[in-house]
Design a protein around this ligand. Structure first.
Ligand code: PLP
Ligand code: ZN
Length: 422
């Protein structure tokens, strides 16, 4: 088991040793941040020691992770992370931006950002010799846990709302997890999973509950850091009169708030190590119908009031976000903000990204929909460099995708029929 100093509660600041706690703060239920020994990392490693590695997965950041590298380097566990970044030149023009990129997380092994968290949690489960790992999920977290578990023969149980899109349920089943559909909301499945894991001694991966999910998700920040070092050189060529550049603006879709918190943690690690001079701006985007964190942010409070969530973006449909406090801080402490977008805007964004060769599920396209809003409302200016995340694949929810486009015509197999159509 890898040695790391322990955990710190994000609410009361209490610190715990590794063996003392497993999930949240026993005093107040606050989310725990994993503490790293920055001094010792700094002594042993230079940034170049990491950026020069050939490992093309999230395991290239091993020195900054609280787990050891999983055994066997040729399983899907070693395909998580290291996702590509695409320049969106035609959308730059349309939005009157100069520097727009998209990081495509749909290229993870089970086709969503969640693989980052699950790869690290499954590795932790191995280290603590957990017999069974369990999670509540709207679909993607479960698919990721099921897939990563299958990769190394770990037993997994997934609780998902029975309304989860079929493709996601198919993934769970195909990966051989024990799948239990709950006749209720994601939030109900979440609480049930915690009770069940206490009752049966299972190791619980729940998002915004298990401290290792954010440690996996932070690897996206490390990749953005490496990419940005290189991208900036090209960007300066394009805009050579700019000496000191505005910070990078990162757009992230937000449900429970664990991805945005994880990305924030990654940049905080880099800042603490002295490997970046300052923070990028982190901008969270929520669906209007599931906006508990955005509401709190704009009310300038860390008290998250639950909503009764309703949105086509099932992956970010959450009544009570489980990582809301840290998610509010991610935007606040980086000079970022929160935006909300309608289902209609989300669906439109699926089609726009599609025309760039990127197929996003509704929650994945939400970040881009937020960017569209940000350009018209002045949250970002045309000189600002922007990176949008696509967090999940459109193949996971083709019913939503079909709402973004018209149906294809059906014709008789004759030339005449084509002529009539054209
Ligand atoms: C889980 C998920 C999100 C949101 O992540 P949170 O940690 O819940 O905020 C966004 N997009 C997709 C595709 C997801 O699966
Ligand atoms: Zn606490």
């Amino acid at each position: 088991m890898k040695n790391f100093p322990g955990y710190k509660c994000s609410l009361c600041g209490a610190e715990y040793l590794q063996g003392q706690v497993t999930y949240t703060c026993p005093k107040d239920g606050g989310n725990l941040d994993v503490i790293l020994d920055y001094d010792s990392i700094r002594k042993k490693f230079q940034p170049e020691d990491i950026t020069s590695r050939t490992e093309s997965s999230l395991w290239r950041y091993l020195p900054l992770l609280p787990v050891d590298e999983p055994e066997g380097d040729s399983t899907p566990l070693h395909a998580a992370g290291w996702t590509p970044v695409f320049a969106l030149a035609r959308l730059e023009e349309k939005l009157n931006l100069k520097h727009l990129w998209l990081k495509d997380e749909s290229r993870n092994p089970t086709a969503s950002f969640k693989d980052r968290a699950s790869a690290v949690v499954v590795t932790r489960a191995r280290e603590i010799k957990a017999e069974v790992v369990v999670t509540a999920s709207t679909g993607n977290a479960g698919a990721a846990l099921a897939g990563m578990s299958a990769a190394i023969g770990q037993k997994a149980i997934i609780f998902a709302p029975k309304s989860a899109p079929q493709a996601k349920v198919a993934q769970l089943l195909i990966f051989g997890a024990r799948v239990i559909l709950v006749d209720g909301t994601y939030d109900e499945a979440f609480d049930l999973t915690i009770h069940a894991s206490q009752e049966f001694g299972w190791y619980c991966r729940n998002t915004g509950y298990n401290p290792f999910t954010a440690e996996g998700k932070k690897t996206a920040a490390f990749e953005i850091w490496e990419w940005w070092i290189k991208a900036r050189r090209g960007w300066h060529k394009k805009d050579s009169q700019l000496n000191d550049h505005p910070p990078l603006n990162i757009f992230v879709s937000v449900g429970d708030g664990n991805i945005i918190s994880g990305i924030h943690k990654g940049f905080k690690d880099l800042l603490a190590l002295g490997w970046i001079p300052n923070m990028p701006r982190i901008i969270g985007v929520q669906a209007e119908g599931s906006a508990a964190i955005a509401n709190a942010f704009h009310a300038n409070t860390e008290n998250i009031t639950p909503v009764s969530s309703k949105t086509i973006a099932d992956s970010i449909s959450v009544d009570l976000p489980r990582d809301g406090v840290r998610a509010v801080r991610a935007a606040k402490e980086t000079n970022g903000t929160y935006l909300t977008v309608s289902d209609e805007e989300i669906i439109k964004s699926i089609a726009e990204l599609g025309k760039m060769g990127v197929f996003a599920e509704p929650a994945g396209a939400t970040a881009y929909a937020g960017l569209v809003k940000a350009t018209s409302s002045g949250v970002v200016g045309s000189d600002d460099p922007i990176l949008v995340l696509n967090t999940g694949s459109g193949l996971k929810d083709i019913r939503a995708a079909m709402q973004a486009v018209g149906a294809a015509p059906i014709i008789e197999p004759t030339l005449q029929a084509i002529k009539r159509l054209l």
